[in-house]
Design a protein around this ligand. Structure first.
Ligand code: GCU
Length: 682
């Protein structure tokens, strides 16, 4: 007996030493990771998105979780000696060597970003493990799914020690069927979230917003019948207000499922059968009262099969463009908007709850807006649900931001997944009127190919809304003419000092421009992507960034150029060769709340810039929408200026605590009294 035990111990230690030595001496040890590592196991990918989540059978896992930071990614099976955290070993005798313990680990409220909760993680980018214990009674005739509304940015899921799967890409919902991993009674869920971004992720690591890490949306255990309604689409035909397109998809491609659709308030009830692909596609005749900002009418819609009933509150409206105009329910409308980030007022970290968005949107409504650009990534589903009720139109976007690895098919798949899941989740939200596929992406043919692929996904899933991308436009040549316009203004000016006036005159002489010339700067938005989108959206920073580019070149003080820029702005012409409406998706200036002077970073400077911008934009008839940058100061790693920014982008009209800056009233007054008269508002 003793010999047998000794033999086994000897074998184990000998085995361990063999592995260790082999690792030590094997040739192809490319780096430290592979020295300790093993072959990575297969991580199954996510299932198709389960829609209509709020009317499903759910057990919420929101609440207190534990977390362990894992900078070395040592918790994964493939990179640790002892099998990794998913084993969730428990100390029994006090003699086991276990170097983690989730029971005694720090606690965090989920949803919630660990780099908002834990100051030590504020700048951290890497893996963090989240642990949740829950009791459950599996049901024979049902499937059980884990649904996560959003997790940044790479998520690996383990249940009771087994690998469930991996989801690549932040911000959008995903779900996995976990039926086979569940136990009766206590279950251990481990979720590794990693907010590392790189050149090939979406977005890349360079963003002007904070990479909030972790589970940033609701976590639910969802029960469905074995054959269940995967998702359903019901939207008004934009060309016929008495017709609605109804599409439904089962989780299985099987014919003959009886589907009942009811809209009680419209006395509508009908039955359909799925075809061999498990689909229903019908045009139904109803004449609903149309949803609009002034009357955000929603109808209860009920869909049932033999095995389940799902329901939702849905509004019906039509949004389209014709020529250079935008029409809501066939009435001309302007987008009186504001851009924002998904951060609550007065609380650090990402916004995710109904309450967060109720406060954000009700405060934003004080600006007399009817539109919000939800930049630059999908928010949780609660945003659009609140906007549906508040009568606010939404622009929703995927984080294809600045330069992206356009030729990388994995990168494209991440972006496709994001736009498809966003559309599949919010396709029935009346408030959502614009899908945006990108922001400020440099021109190239791989970029065009990439963005066209995303636009095709939108077209395939929902062609009832407007498509767009926030474009940068205007060639170097076009912008160099801005210097001439500034020089002309400066040369004629009463207040410019003689030395700078002489420089301006020199610039004009070299360009052969007589001083009595009348010259206004005009810009044409000709980004070729304009051909493929419905709305020509354009980000511009006259009065903020542009002069900074010139001051170096022409040796004129930035202060002089900024004052001259304010003088010429009202005459600036902005148009596009595409006969479509233009939406100014960004303009703005930074200001620290409470900072008063006529200098940069003061509330006065920001307010003056708004006045000049709004004058300029309302002088350009092709501009039919505006969403200034930005509603609230937000966290950004690109913004360190001590005492002013302190890692906040300060272009908000309110600061992080909700204090309104002077420019807030400038915009609110413009939307109430100026940019309202031309069109028949809804
Ligand atoms: C860009 C960009 C924003 C950024 C803003 C700024 O245009 O789209 O994400 O925050 O400018 O510089 O403040």
């Amino acid at each position: 007996m003793i010999n047998l035990i000794q033999k086994n111990i000897f074998r184990t230690i000998f085995g361990f030493l063999i592995i260790f030595t082999l690792n030590l001496y094997s040739e192809d040890q490319s780096d430290a990771d592979s020295f300790f590592g093993r072959e990575a196991p297969i991580y199954p990918l996510q299932d198709n998105l389960i829609g209509w989540i709020d009317s499903r059978q759910i057990l919420t896992l929101n609440g207190e979780w534990s977390y362990i930071v894992d900078p070395m990614n040592n918790g994964l099976h493939e990179s640790s000696f002892f099998g990794g955290f998913p084993k969730n070993k428990i100390q029994k005798t006090g003699m086991e060597l276990i170097e983690y313990n989730f029971e005694t680990a720090s606690k965090i409220q989920i949803p919630g970003a660990w780099n908002a909760k834990d100051e030590k993680l504020f700048f951290y980018r890497g893996p963090v493990w989240l642990y949740k214990k829950f009791n459950y009674l599996p049901k024979q005739d049902a499937l059980t799914h884990l649904y996560i509304e959003g997790s940044n940015f790479t998520t690996k899921i383990f249940l009771n020690g087994s690998i469930v799967g991996e989801f690549e890409g932040g911000y959008v919902p995903f779900n996995f069927d976990i039926s086979k991993y569940l136990k009766e009674g206590e279950n251990i869920l481990l979720v590794q979230t990693d907010n590392t971004l790189n050149e090939s992720s979406v977005p890349t690591q360079k963003t002007d917003w904070w990479p909030w890490g972790g589970i940033v949306g609701d976590v639910y255990i969802v029960e469905t019948p074995k054959q269940f309604i995967q998702n359903a689409y019901i939207q008004l035909n934009p060309e016929n207000f008495s017709e609605v397109l109804f599409k439904l998809e089962m989780n299985e491609k099987s014919a003959g499922h009886k589907i009942k659709l009811e809209i009680p308030e419209l006395q509508f009830k009908a039955e359909y059968q799925t075809n061999s692909l498990g689909l229903v596609k019908e045009n139904i005749e109803i004449t609903p009262q149309l949803w609009s900002p002034s009357s955000p009418k929603l109808y209860e819609v009920i869909i049932s099969s033999n095995a389940e009933t799902i329901s939702d509150e849905i509004g019906f409206r039509s949004i389209k463009t014709q020529g250079q105009k935008i029409y809501l329910n066939d009435r001309e409308i302007k987008f009186k908007g504001i851009a924002m980030h998904s951060e609550p007022i007065g609380t650090p970290g990402p916004a995710f709850s109904k309450e967060h968005f109720q406060e954000l949107l009700s405060t934003a409504k004080d600006l007399n807006i009817n539109f919000i650009r939800a930049a630059h990534y999908p928010y949780t589903r609660h945003l659009a649900r609140v906007a549906d009720r508040f009568g606010l139109m939404l622009w929703e976007e995927v984080p294809v931001y600045w330069n992206i690895d356009w030729n990388n098919s994995d990168t494209l798949n991440i972006a496709k997944n994001q736009i498809v899941r966003l559309v599949q989740r919010d396709q029935n939200r009346a408030s959502v009127v614009v899908w945006s596929v990108a922001n400020e992406t440099p021109l190239s043919s791989p970029r065009m190919k990439f963005l066209h692929a995303l636009l095709s996904e939108i077209e395939a899933h929902d062609s009832s809304r407007l498509s767009t991308a926030a474009l940068l436009s205007g060639s170097e040549e076009q912008f160099s003419s801005l210097v001439l316009v500034l020089a002309l203004q400066g040369a004629k000016s009463q207040w410019v000092n003689p030395k700078e006036k002489a420089i301006f005159r020199l610039i004009l002489d070299q360009a052969n421009i007589p001083i009595n010339t009348e010259l206004a700067f005009s810009l044409s938005i000709d980004d070729p992507l304009g051909e493929s989108v419905d709305l020509i959206s354009y980000n511009e920073y006259f009065g903020w960034y542009y002069v900074t580019f010139f001051t170096e070149q022409i040796k004129i003080s930035e202060g002089t150029l900024r004052k001259l820029m304010f003088e010429i702005m009202p005459k600036i012409k902005i148009a596009s060769s595409f006969n479509k409406p233009i939406h100014i998706s960004e303009f703005g200036a930074g200001a620290k709340f409470g900072n008063h002077s006529n200098k940069i970073w003061s509330e006065e400077y920001q307010a003056k810039l708004y006045a000049r911008q709004l004058e300029m934009l309302s002088n350009n008839p092709q501009i039919q929408g505006i969403s200034p940058w930005v509603f609230k100061d937000f966290r950004a790693m690109l913004r360190p200026l001590p005492g002013i920014q302190d890692f906040y982008n300060r272009k908000g009209l309110i600061d992080e605590a909700g204090n309104k800056k002077m420019a807030f009233e400038v915009l609110a007054d413009f939307y109430k009294n100026k940019w309202n008269k031309e069109t028949t508002s809804n």
